[in-house]
Design a protein around this ligand. Structure first.
Ligand code: 26Q
Length: 832
C-alpha cells in the first residue's frame, strides 16, 4: 500500500499526529519537540530532533496498535506468547519508517527542518537486551509475527543495563556498562496499571480450606512487583501492530511497611533496593559460573508476570480457565523460561484451585519448548539448595511432576533404574541439580531444534530417551531472519536492484528471489551487482577507519567472521589461517592469494578467559600485519569493536566471504550465516547447524565446504584425539603455533598466549588442529574463485537468489502450522 493510501485510511482528524505525508510529519515533529519535549527548534540538539521524530513515528503507529489490541481482546482467537529472557530488537526508528512505508517522507520532512535523516538514525541507542543469536532470533520472529498478521505477544525482561558495550584497549576487551535508557526511550509505554506480584523465598505449609480440601500455602519472604513496559512491534505494510511486553521490577510498598513502622527505615529501603535490582542487568552467556541466584530470580519473575497477564486476559474475555490452552500457545525460548511449567501449575492448582490432572492437561497443551544448544556445559541446571531457598513452592511442584513422570517410566521400563536416573528432572550424580531441559520436555506438548542437523542430534544425544518415549513430540523448525531489517533497511542499494529485477514482492515472499537465477550470467546485471557490493564495502571501510583508524582497501576480498567469541565457533582457526597466509605472503610463496581484508567482530563473556585471549590474538595479529609495509594492498586484519545490531547492519551487506567454521555438531543453527547469504556473501563453512541447509539451497558449487562432519568429530574425539600429532605432521601449522608461542604477536611476551597454544596442543576440545589443513586448502579455493570476478559474482548472486528459505516468515509459518495451530487475523482500522 502506498503511504498516501494509508494516510487517507487513518480517519483521525489530527494530521499532525497521524498524517503520513512529509508536511504532516514535519508538523508532528515540531509539535512533539515543543509540546512534549519542551524544546524550541532554535536550541534543539540532534538528539532532541531524533526524539521528536521518533515520537512522531510512534504517534503514527498508535491507531494500528490500539486496533490490534482491541481485536485480540474482542475476538475468539489464539494468541502466541513468545517467552524469552532476551529480545535483541536493535534500533527502532529506521525499521518503523520502513514498515510504515514513510522513509522518503520522513527524509523530506527532516530536510525541511534542516536535519539529515541518516544522521538522526545514527543517534538511536539500541536496546541491547540480548547476548546474540537467541535474542536476535526472538526479535526477527516478532517482526515476522506482525508482518504475517499473527496474534502474538513477546514477553521478557526490561533490563536497565543490556549487554555490555565492548571497547578494545591495548588489544584487550574492556566491558563498559550499557546505559541505553540514559537519554530516554521514546518507543516504550510504561503501564503502571498492568502490574503483578511475584513471591520469593519463605516457607510452604499444608492447610485445609473452607471446603475441607488440602491446600498448600506459600508464605514468601518477600514480594516483587512487575510493571509492564510495552513496545509496539509493527508489521511490514500491514495494520498489525503487536506488543513486546517487558517487565520492570519494583519494590512492593506495603510489604516493607512493617519494617518501616518498627523504625527500621534502612531495612525497608534495603528491601526496595533488592527488588529493583531484579531487572537491572542482563547476564552474559558462557560465564563459567552462570548459576547465579539473581538470574534464577529474573527468570521466575518474568515468567510469573507473563502467565498472570495471560490469566488476566482470559478473565477479561470472560473465558473459563479450562480454555487456557485454546486461547494461548506459549513458546519457551530455550530453558530460560522453563520454570513456566511449574508456575502455570502453581497458578492453576494453588491460586485457581484446579485439580492436579486438569491443570497438568492445560499446562502440557499450552506450552512448547525450543532447544538452542547441545553443548552439555550450556544445558541449564540449578543447584537444589539455591532453587529451594528462592522458590520453595515451585520446587515442590517440580518434585510432584517428576514423581508422577518417573512412575510412568517405571511402569514402562520395569526394573530399569538407569533409565529413571537418566531421565529424572533431578541430576543426582553429584551435588543435586535440577535439569531444566528435562522439565521442559516433560511439561511441553512440542519440542523443537533450530536446524535439521541440530534437531536430529537432539534426538540422538541430550534428549534421546525422551525422543524414544514420545517421538511425536519432536519437531524441527529451522531458524530464519527478517529480510526487512537485514536486507531492505540495511542494504538499500541491493533492495533497489532486486525491486528493479524481480519486483518488490521479495520483501514478504523471499522465495521470489529465485527469479535472480536467470540473471546469474547476465554481464550487465553482474556489473550492477558488483557496484552495489562495492558501495557497501566503501561505506564499511569508512566506518572501520573512523572507529579503528585502520585504512582498508574496498577492492580487497572482505572475509568476515562476526558472532560471539567462543572456542566452539573457532575464531582461532581463522586466526591460524591468517598467520599462515601472512607467512606465505612474506615468503612470496602464495602468488595466487587474493588481497584480503579479514574482519572480526564479537563480544566475549566477561568471565571467559580463553575467549578474551582469542580477541587478544586477533588484535595482536592485526598489529603486526597492518604495520608490515610488505603487506600493503595484500593483507589487512580488523577487529571491529562492539558488534551489535546497529553495526551488523553495516557489516553483512559488505561481506564477500562469510566465515561459519564451528566444529561440526556444536553450532545449533547460526543465523548470521543466513544474513550473510541474503546479502550475497559466499559461505566458507563446516557441515554444522543451518550451514548444511544453506549449502543444500545454494548448491555445492556455491559454497566452500571443509572440515570433519559431526559424525567424524564424534569418532575422532572418542578414539583418543592427539592434537599435537597434527602439528608434528604439518610444518606450516607448527610454524604458525611457534610464532604465537614465541611472542611474535604479543610484542615478544611469551607468556600471554601460552594458555591458548597449550590448550590447542594438549587438548583442543574443538578440533581446531584437526580441521586446520582442510581449512587452509579450502581458503586457497576461495582465492582462486576470487580471481575470476564473473565466477565470484555469479556465486554471490546465486546465494542471494536461493536464500528464500531463511526468511523468518518461513520459520514463523512453520511454527504456526506445525506447533501453534494458529492462523493470521486481519486488523481492520475502521472498526468503531
Ligand atoms: C543461561 C544461564 C545463565 C546466564 C546466561 C544464560 C544464557 C544466555 C543466553 C545462555 C545462552 C544464551 C544464548 C544462546 C544462544 O544465543 N544460542 C544460539 O541461538 C541461536 C538461535 O537459535 C542459534 O542460531 C545459535 O546456533 C545458538 O548458539
Amino acid at each position: 500500500m502506498a503511504a498516501d493510501t494509508i494516510d487517507s485510511a487513518t480517519r483521525n482528524g489530527d494530521l499532525a499526529r497521524s498524517g503520513l505525508n512529509a508536511d504532516a510529519l514535519r508538523r508532528g515533529v515540531l509539535d512533539n519537540l515543543t509540546c512534549l519535549q519542551a524544546r524550541s527548534p532554535a536550541i534543539a540538539t540532534p538528539h532532541d530532533w531524533y526524539m521528536a521524530l521518533a515520537y512522531s513515528v510512534r504517534d503514527r503507529m498508535l491507531a494500528r496498535w490500539e486496533a490490534t489490541i482491541q481485536t485480540y481482546v474482542a475476538s475468539e482467537l489464539r494468541v502466541a506468547c513468545y517467552l524469552s529472557a532476551e529480545f535483541l530488537i536493535g534500533p527502532q526508528l529506521g525499521n518503523n519508517l520502513v514498515n510504515l512505508g514513510i522513509e522518503a517522507n520522513a527524509r523530506a520532512a527532516m530536510q525541511a527542518l534542516g536535519q539529515d535523516l541518516d544522521a538522526l538514525l545514527a543517534i538511536e541507542e539500541e536496546p541491547g537486551l540480548g547476548n546474540g543469536g537467541l535474542g536476535r532470533l526472538a526479535a526477527c520472529y516478532l517482526d515476522s509475527l506482525a508482518t504475517l498478521e499473527i496474534p502474538s505477544v513477546g514477553y521478557g525482561i526490561r533490563y536497565e543495563f543490556g549487554i555490555f558495550d565492548q571497547q578494545i584497549r591495548d588489544g584487550c576487551q574492556v566491558e563498559v556498562t550499557d546505559k541505553w535508557l540514559q537519554k530516554g526511550n521514546p518507543w516504550e509505554i510504561v503501564r503502571p496499571n498492568v502490574a503483578y506480584y511475584v513471591a520469593f523465598g519463605g516457607q510452604t505449609q499444608c492447610a485445609t480450606d473452607a471446603e475441607g480440601r488440602l491446600r498448600v500455602q506459600w508464605t514468601p519472604a518477600r514480594m516483587v512487583k512487575g510493571v509492564a513496559c510495552d513496545t509496539p512491534m509493527l508489521g511490514y505494510r500491514v495494520n498489525t501492530c503487536n506488543t513486546l511486553r517487558l517487565w520492570k521490577s519494583e519494590a512492593v510498598e506495603s510489604f516493607d511497611l512493617q519494617d518501616f513502622n518498627a523504625g527500621d527505615y534502612y531495612e525497608a529501603v534495603q528491601e526496595k533496593v533488592i527488588s529493583e535490582t531484579l531487572s537491572k542487568v542482563l547476564y552474559p552467556n558462557d560465564e563459567p559460573e552462570a548459576g547465579k541466584r539473581l538470574r534464577l530470580a529474573q527468570q521466575y519473575f518474568f515468567v510469573s508476570c507473563s502467565l498472570q497477564d495471560m490469566l488476566r486476559l482470559l478473565d477479561l474475555k470472560g473465558e473459563p480457565i479450562a480454555r487456557f490452552a485454546d486461547m494461548f500457545t506459549v513458546q519457551l525460548n530455550d530453558t530460560h523460561p522453563s520454570i513456566a511449567v511449574a508456575e502455570l501449575m502453581r497458578l492453576l492448582v494453588d491460586v485457581r484451585l484446579l485439580p492436579w490432572d486438569e491443570a497438568w492437561e492445560i499446562t502440557r497443551n499450552a506450552l512448547s519448548y525450543t532447544n538452542h544448544t547441545l553443548l552439555p556445559e550450556a544445558l541449564e541446571t540449578w543447584g537444589l539448595p539455591l532453587f529451594r531457598s528462592l522458590l520453595p513452592r515451585p520446587l515442590e511442584i517440580i518434585y510432584e511432576i517428576n514423581r508422577r513422570f518417573l512412575e510412568e517410566i517405571r511402569q514402562r521400563y520395569p526394573g530399569d533404574d538407569a533409565s529413571v536416573a537418566r531421565m529424572s528432572m533431578i541430576d543426582e550424580t553429584g551435588d543435586k541439580k535440577l535439569r531444566m531441559a528435562h522439565l521442559s520436555t516433560v511439561g511441553c506438548r512440542a519440542v523443537n531444534g533450530v536446524a535439521e542437523l541440530h534437531s536430529a542430534l537432539l534426538k540422538e544425544t541430550v534428549l534421546r530417551d525422551f525422543a524414544q518415549l514420545w517421538p511425536e513430540r519432536f519437531h524441527n523448525v529451522t531458524n530464519g531472519v527478517t529480510p526487512r531489517r537485514f536486507m531492505l533497511l540495511s542494504n538499500p542499494g541491493l533492495a533497489r536492484l532486486l525491486d528493479e529485477t524481480v519486483g518488490d514482492g521479495w520483501v514478504t515472499d523471499l522465495t521470489r528471489l529465485r527469479k535472480l537465477d536467470a540473471y546469474a550470467d547476465d554481464p550487465a546485471f553482474l556489473e550492477k551487482w558488483r557496484a552495489v557490493k562495492r558501495a557497501n564495502k566503501q561505506l564499511l571501510s569508512e566506518r572501520i577507519r573512523d572507529v579503528t583508524n585502520i585504512v582498508v582497501n574496498p577492492d580487497a576480498l572482505f572475509d568476515i567472521q562476526v558472532k560471539r567469541i567462543h572456542e566452539y565457533k573457532r575464531q582461532h582457526l581463522n586466526a591460524l589461517y591468517i598467520i599462515t597466509l601472512y607467512q606465505r605472503l612474506r615468503r612470496n610463496a602464495d602468488q595466487g592469494a587474493a588481497p584480503r581484508c579479514f574482519i572480526f567482530g564479537g563480544k566475549a563473556a566477561p568471565g571467559y578467559a580463553m575467549a578474551k585471549l582469542m580477541i587478544r590474538l586477533i588484535t595482536g595479529i592485526a598489529e603486526v600485519v597492518n604495520n608490515d609495509p610488505a603487506m600493503e594492498g595484500r593483507l589487512k586484519v580488523v577487529f571491529f569493536p562492539d558488534f551489535n545490531v546497529k553495526n551488523a547492519q553495516f557489516i553483512y551487506p559488505a561481506a564477500d566471504l562469510s566465515e561459519q567454521i564451528s566444529t561440526a555438531g556444536k553450532e545449533a543453527s547460526g543465523t548470521g550465516n543466513m544474513k550473510f547469504m541474503m546479502n550475497g556473501a559466499i559461505t566458507i563453512g563446516t557441515l554444522d547447524g543451518a550451514n548444511v541447509e544453506i549449502r543444500e539451497e545454494a548448491g555445492d558449487e556455491n559454497f566452500f565446504l571443509f572440515g570433519l562432519t559431526a559424525e567424524q568429530v564424534e569418532h575422532v574425539t572418542h578414539d583418543g584425539y592427539r592434537p599435537a600429532q597434527y602439528a608434528d605432521n604439518n610444518a606450516e601449522l607448527r610454524e604458525t603455533l611457534n610464532l604465537i608461542a614465541d611472542g611474535y604477536f604479543s610484542r615478544g611476551d611469551k607468556q600471554v598466549f601460552r594458555p591458548l597454544v597449550e590448550n590447542l596442543l594438549q587438548s583442543d576440545p574443538f578440533l581446531v588442529l584437526a580441521d586446520y589443513t582442510d581449512y587452509v586448502t579450502c581458503q586457497e579455493r576461495v582465492s582462486a574463485a576470487w580471481q575470476d570476478p564473473a565466477r565470484w559474482t555469479r556465486m554471490s548472486v546465486l546465494n542471494t537468489a536461493r536464500s528464500g528459505k531463511f526468511s523468518s516468515d518461513r520459520a514463523i509459518s512453520e511454527y504456526c502450522e506445525r506447533i501453534w495451530k494458529i492462523s493470521p487475523v486481519r486488523i481492520d482500522l475502521d472498526r468503531s
